[in-house]
Ligand binder design. Structure first.
Ligand SMILES: NC(=O)c1ccc[n+]([C@@H]2O[C@H](COP(=O)([O-])OP(=O)(O)OC[C@H]3O[C@@H](n4cnc5c(N)ncnc54)[C@H](OP(=O)(O)O)[C@@H]3O)[C@@H](O)[C@H]2O)c1
Length: 326
């Protein structure tokens, strides 16, 4: 994505209002109390989903979101609030454990994410890496058996999708040269926090692409589509931790260029609707799109494999045997 294609996408592309119905379906949306997650959940409820689980770190904020969805759609009781804190592996495990008793699970939208500028550890990595990448894959692998079971029993495609970002284009990812990339990213004194969000979205993308490969090659039954979606530049509170000076200069630019959260959420609905052509793909503007040159390069493929090997060790420590879920 170069500057001109970015502005074309933001200013000229009209995203279709989702119309595909999700009747009878159970859908999980993480980070659904605000921003893109809230608007995606609202669309799912409007489009007749049976149960939309708002996976949120604050249940108070989640209840306010559920109320707003019920009021705007006229469908009370469809949005349910479940607690999930991606900075805690125990919280991810507890959430997944609760989800294992669902009758069915049709779609998981891994949407929650953070942008922070201070180095803080969450579990065994810097918090952006934990929330935007590692915990999302942990959650996904723990939910995969339910997605497979639903697919087999109801003879249908199920969908596991992630909210990625065009910012994966905006880093040369210096940590990629390290012997152990995840360990390198967890070193406080070396962390380049100004660009950490970009790196986290690149790491997330590489992990999702590898997961999609592994799901394609799995002999387990069930038809699970794995994708990652760029919602574009969207007017949300995601930059809430940036400085006052940043906001001073950023505000006019955002009001000219950014999509509304509702418009951005249409891209999440497109990904959630699935379709074989979306499996293993990076989606943007409601279609299959091209990742950065680095992601497509031989080096990118090697780094993707390396990251997955490192991640596998972490995941097996958290939940022994988890990789067998693939
Ligand atoms: N806005 C953009 O321009 C843009 C562009 C590309 C990609 N994205 C991606 O879109 C996704 C949604 O972001 P947004 O723009 O809608 O921002 P947002 O309004 O800040 O929403 C982020 C959501 O993630 C939740 N979250 C943060 N940390 C969490 C944790 N530890 N556990 C569980 N939930 C947590 C937040 O909960 P709280 O409200 O409790 O903090 C909130 O619900 C993110 O993955 C972001 O990287 C955004």
């Amino acid at each position: 994505m170069n500057i001109s294609s970015f502005f074309h996408s933001q200013l000229c592309v009209k995203l279709p209002v989702p119309t595909k119905r999700f009747s009878g379906q159970t859908i999980i949306v993480t980070g659904a109390n605000v921003g893109l997650g809230l608007e995606a959940a609202r669309h799912f409820v409007r489009l007749d989903a049976s149960k939309v689980i708002l996976a949120v770190r604050s249940t108070l904020k989640g209840e306010a979101a559920a109320k707003s969805i019920a009021e705007s759609t006229g469908r009370a009781g469809v949005a349910e609030v479940w607690q999930l804190d991606l900075t805690s592996y125990a919280s991810v495990q507890a959430f997944a454990n609760r989800a294992s008793s669902l009758d069915r699970l049709d779609i998981v939208v891994n949407n929650a994410g953070i942008v922070v500028y201070n180095f803080e550890l969450a579990e065994d990595n810097e918090s952006t890496i934990t929330v935007n990448a590692v915990s999302q894959i942990l959650l996904s692998l723990l939910l995969l058996p339910k997605l497979r079971e639903t697919s087999v029993r109801l003879k249908k495609e199920t969908v596991l999708t992630f909210t990625g970002s065009f910012v994966h284009f905006m880093t040369d990812f210096p940590e990629r040269k390290s012997e152990n990339i995840l360990k390198e990213l967890a070193i406080r004194d070396k962390a380049q926090m100004k660009t950490r969000y970009y790196v986290s979205k690149l790491v997330q993308l590489l992990m999702v692409l590898e997961l999609a490969n592994l799901v394609s090659n799995s002999s387990k039954p069930g038809d699970v589509t794995v994708s990652i979606v760029n919602p574009g530049f969207v007017d949300t509170k995601v930059m809430r931790n940036a400085s006052a000076t940043f906001h001073f200069f950023f505000r006019p630019y955002r009001s000219l260029v950014a999509r509304s959260a509702e418009e951005g959420a249409r891209t999440l609905l497109h990904a959630a609707a699935g379709g074989k052509e979306t499996h293993g793909q990076y989606l943007s503007d409601c279609k299959v799109a091209i990742t950065s040159e680095f992601v497509r390069s031989n080096e990118g493929h090697e780094v993707q494999k390396q990251l997955w090997r490192e991640l596998s060790g972490t995941l097996e420590n958290i939940t022994p045997g988890i990789l067998k879920n693939i």
